[in-house]
Design a protein around this ligand. Structure first.
Ligand code: AMP
Length: 483
């Protein structure tokens, strides 16, 4: 089996990967890294979730270590273009982790936030700039940044750039890059316009293609429970009474959220640990070891902290929060049903998260079946059995009061039981009771279980950041637009 050491990465990077818990390279990494380290251009056909960020950042960081050059003021050595703010932030966070034992500076450049800080960050010169196209052009126009010294250029998610109308911006940026550079180009698909752009940017590239990440979703039993945000903890408590949940990864969007869930679970008699960026390495390792050994059946994690977690036998993935990046969902649920085992993924969807769920369903081209209580309490169909239907097409039917017991909550045509009436054990236990603002049932606590602490204080809805893509506007300024 290929290891990161086999790929020729320098020691400080191997050390950082070990600290991240990465053990083996993903296929795109194994295919790309040696060639990029050798200085070749790359055409990567891969999407988020395949490990492509490390596939381009690790060898570029490796090449940066070969020279002691530092950028001049207002210049950068590496330019990475990403279509959205969220992806740009994720890329930068990954690079910071991979460069932990290197002296490499990074800066994020994207719209929707005041420009002053970004100008100041670029002023002394910076090794790696991760940028969305619109704000980058603003900075270039203001001469706050020059691309004269870019030796490495990455265009990420090229097909999405095209969808978002960034083609002209990209051409403009590419026109400002030095001719002598190494270029890496990533796209999930290769329509003719993208292939043309790739061939105009790349010189004699190595081509590496990997299977789309969305296909992994098909093997896993998925379900979603619509529930008011304030009831999520109680709902989670109810879910955990199911003893088929032998090892569950619970995902939250934020570190603070992870801590809150762990606190609640511990107070309710469930042993659970959290791993996230604010925990020490020791702490994380201890939590992971307890999870792996079975000493603790619950691990609550943020997406960033969960990378590198490679644990077999995860019976359930529970999305306490719905991720705002659809690919993250696929990646999260891929932690279960490994090596031919069964796996179940349950998502708790708050009022403000429905658009994220719609994006996910579009990505996986399937509708996630709605259930009303416990996983396993319905025979949720696998993804392959459920046709995709855009919920917006049936919006007119949502929000009707007085639904009969057993119907889905606000999910339009979403059906509990995958359309098989009478199989919702949770619904039967509820006797048609309705609780909470949206009428979502509270999970029924069995007699032997500790009662859920009464912590249902309403809290402000989480801010859905959405996919902060910048879209060019007629007036030359940029507007933040959700996808
Ligand atoms: P990406 O496709 O770059 O967005 O990566 C998806 C996720 O996989 C991120 O959370 C990465 O941190 C994680 N990841 C990437 N490469 C590896 C690896 N070799 N081993 C474990 N996790 C990885």
């Amino acid at each position: 089996m290929t290891t990161f050491t086999d790929l020729g990465l320098p020691a400080p990077i191997l050390q950082a990967l070990a600290a991240e818990g990465y053990e083996t390279p993903t296929p795109i990494q194994a295919g790309a890294i040696p060639h990029v380290l050798a200085g070749r251009d790359l055409l990567g056909i891969a999407q988020t979730g395949t490990g492509k960020t490390a596939a381009f950042s690790l060898p570029i960081l490796g090449r940066l270590t070969l020279s002691a050059d530092k950028p001049r003021p207002r210049a950068c050595r590496v330019l990475i273009l990403s279509p959205t703010r969220e992806l740009a932030s994720q890329i930068e966070a990954n690079i910071i982790a991979y460069a932990k034992f290197l002296r490499v500076s990074t800066t994020l450049v994207f719209g929707g936030v005041p420009v002053g800080r970004q100008i100041r960050a670029c002023a002394p010169g910076v090794d790696v700039v991760v940028a969305t196209p619109g704000r980058l052009i603003d900075l270039l126009n203001q001469r706050a940044l020059t691309l004269d010294e870019v030796g490495y250029f990455v265009l990420d998610e090229a097909d999405r750039m095209l969808d978002l109308g960034f083609m002209r911006d990209i051409q403009k940026i590419v026109g400002l890059l030095p001719k002598k550079r190494q270029s890496l180009f990533f796209s999930a698909t290769m329509p003719p316009a993208i292939a043309k752009l790739a061939s105009s940017l790349l010189t004699n590239p190595v081509e590496v293609a990997v299977a789309p990440v969305s296909s992994t979703a098909e093997r896993i039993r998925q379900s979603v429970i619509f529930c008011p945000t304030r009831d999520k903890q109680a709902m989670l408590h109810g879910l955990l009474a199911d003893d088929t949940i032998t090892r569950a990864l619970v995902f939250t969007r934020t570190k603070h959220g992870a801590d809150k869930v762990v606190k609640y679970l511990n107070a309710s008699g469930f042993k659970a640990d959290a791993i996230h960026g604010n925990k020490s390495q020791n702490n994380r390792e201890r939590a992971l070891a307890a999870f792996k050994s079975g000493a603790s059946r619950l691990l609550v994690a943020t997406d960033i902290a969960a990378r590198g977690i490679d644990v077999d036998g995860v019976s359930h993935v529970i999305n306490f929060d719905i991720p705002n990046i659809s690919e993250t969902y696929v990646h999260r649920i891929g932690r279960t049903a490994r090596a031919g085992a069964d796996g179940e993924a349950v998502s708790l969807c708050g009022e403000d998260e429905r658009s994220f769920l719609r994006d996910i369903e579009r990505l996986i081209r399937q509708k996630v079946p709605v259930i009303e209580g416990k996983p396993g309490s319905v025979s949720a169909p696998t993804q392959a059995e459920v046709p995709y239907r855009d919920p917006r097409a049936v919006r007119g039917r949502q929000g009707q009061g007085g639904k009969p017991q057993g119907q889905s909550h606000g999910g339009g045509e979403n059906r509990s039981n995958g359309g098989r009436p009478g199989q919702n054990r949770q619904g039967q236990q509820q006797n048609g009771q309705r609780h909470g603002a949206e009428g979502a049932p509270r999970p029924s606590a069995g007699p032997s279980r500790p009662a859920a602490p009464a912590q249902h204080r309403p809290r402000p809805a989480a801010q859905g950041a959405g996919q902060g893509a910048e879209r060019p506007r007629g007036d030359g300024r940029r507007a933040q637009q959700p996808r």
